[in-house]
Ligand binder design. Structure first.
Ligand SMILES: Cc1cc2nc3c(=O)[nH]c(=O)nc-3n(C[C@H](O)[C@H](O)[C@H](O)COP(=O)(O)OP(=O)(O)OC[C@H]3O[C@@H](n4cnc5c(N)ncnc54)[C@H](O)[C@@H]3O)c2cc1C
Length: 281
């Protein structure tokens, strides 16, 4: 049982992990990708680090968190389950447990396709490594949301036949030659007679399984209990959400979307977690 699981390894998540470790909390950071910083060429207003590139700042933040003993895991979190006074966090089909959770997932917004959540676990999967073997020798559709999906599609192509849709434009030059690229926009997923159907703007494609591989998960899927307002998480002054033990920091909490603000909130939220855990006993 960990003290804290931080979901997101950007500025807010790393900052939270740094302060959590200074408070001696057993901390795991689970991150799916580089977040906003990875797309930022140069930041000129981050205190103490003038004219730093986004990826360089990200590396410094992660090294700092790790050097203080935070564990970093590269994986997509698909579910947070409140379990009374603790939480189960599902990432890549493994379950991690902690007394508190912090959401630092940035601005990545996901609008699930109609039918996607309905058939999740029975024809739709978010994880190629976890579920690929169930479709060995079968026909699969990959709906890719970012370049990270390409590697997973290549893995699936070793198991069976794969057709690839781009939900958002991204580089696909590393797709295995055997994978069929379909230049159509997926609009929904439904179940047919013993198979799945990807409905696009131009037609329908029948497959055995559908892998939706995005770098983020809809909040309605991740933690539906959490309250939002106009797309941002609602938090109190300690940065705790309406779910006791679930905290949030950074762009998820709202404007201004700035790195220094995300770092500050990560620190505040980590101190709040320490106080919350002390009260919990
Ligand atoms: C092009 C651009 C330029 C910018 N320029 C500036 C600037 O000059 N100055 C400035 O202060 N700010 C700037 N910003 C904004 C700044 O980068 C953000 O405010 C800051 O990075 C937010 O930090 P965050 O930790 O909240 O989110 P992010 O840094 O976006 O981190 C989110 C993290 O959550 C992870 N994640 C999301 N969902 C999941 C999940 N389900 N499971 C696991 N991990 C998940 C992501 O992979 C990522 O690691 C810029 C942003 C952009 C895009």
């Amino acid at each position: 049982m960990l003290d804290l699981i931080v979901i997101g390894g950007g500025v807010a998540g790393c900052s939270a992990a740094i302060t959590a470790r200074m408070r001696n909390l057993e901390t795991l950071v689970i991150y799916a990708g580089g977040g906003a910083l990875e797309k930022t060429q140069k930041i000129y207003n981050y205190p103490g680090v003038p004219a730093v590139s986004g990826p360089e700042l990200l590396e410094k933040l992660r090294d700092h968190a790790e050097s203080l003993g935070a564990d970093m895991l590269h994986a997509l979190v698909t579910k947070v389950l409140p379990m009374g006074q603790s939480f189960s966090v599902l990432a890549n089909n493994e379950v991690y447990e902690a007394k508190a959770v912090m959401l630092c997932c940035g601005t990545a917004r996901v609008n699930p396709l109609p039918g996607e959540e309905e058939w999740l676990g029975s024809g739709v999967s978010y994880c190629a490594t976890c579920d690929g073997m169930f479709f060995k020798g079968k026909r699969m559709a990959v709906i890719g949301g970012s370049e990270d999906a390409v590697e997973e599609a290549d893995f699936l192509a070793d198991l069976g036949e794969v057709i690839y849709f781009q939900e958002r434009k991204h580089a696909i030059d590393k797709l295995a030659p055997a994978i069929q690229r379909v230049d159509e926009k997926p609009v929904s997923i439904r179940r047919g007679d013993g198979h799945m159907v990807v409905v696009t703007d131009k037609g329908e494609h029948t497959v055995d399984g559908v892998f939706v591989l995005r770098p983020a998960v809809a909040l309605t899927q991740l933690l539906p209990e959490v309250a939002t307002d106009k797309g941002h998480l609602l938090v109190d002054q300690d940065l705790m959400t309406n779910v006791p033990g679930v905290f949030a920091a950074g762009d998820m909490v709202g404007n201004p979307l700035q790195a220094a603000k995300a770092a500050g909130e990560g620190t505040i939220a980590a101190i709040s977690v320490a106080q919350y855990l002390r009260k919990l006993g």
